[in-house]
Design a protein around this ligand. Structure first.
Ligand SMILES: [Cu+2]
Length: 128
């Protein structure tokens, strides 16, 4: 009986250890979503807003967020933009979309706790 209790305690500690390790290193627990203004994109400047939520679904404030717009084909210059936090957890920047077609945005967020998280999000089709 006593042996079983000690065994259960060890199992429990193992599970708790795994959980706390996960929450400190797992970037996928953060959510990033992207929206654009206008939503139907044309070539030229586009306002891009990235919303970042932490693992508890609270807005991540005070991050430094940069955007890099790319396309899947080689030989074109990426479009870069810094962002400003316009509402808590919402970071807005302007990307100059130089071509029509499917664009992706690589988002790099340096969080206030020193962690950096990255996501590549589809921007959608840009009409020429
Ligand atoms: Cu292109």
């Amino acid at each position: 009986m006593r042996f079983i209790r000690v065994f259960l305690l060890i199992v429990l500690l193992g599970v708790l250890g795994a959980c706390s390790r996960g929450s400190t290193t797992d970037d996928s627990a953060y959510t990033m979503t992207l929206s654009t203004q206008p939503s139907a994109l044309k070539m030229g400047p586009a306002q891009v807003t990235v919303t970042i939520l932490d693992p508890q679904s609270s807005p991540v404030t005070g991050a430094t967020v940069s955007l890099e717009g790319t396309m899947s084909h080689a030989g074109m210059m990426p479009a870069n933009a810094d962002t400003t936090e316009v509402r808590p957890g919402e970071y807005q920047g302007t990307l100059d979309l130089s071509m029509g077609g499917e664009w992706l945005v690589q988002v790099t967020a340096k969080l206030p706790d020193g962690k950096t998280i990255e996501r590549t999000l589809p921007l959608g089709n840009v009409s020429p």
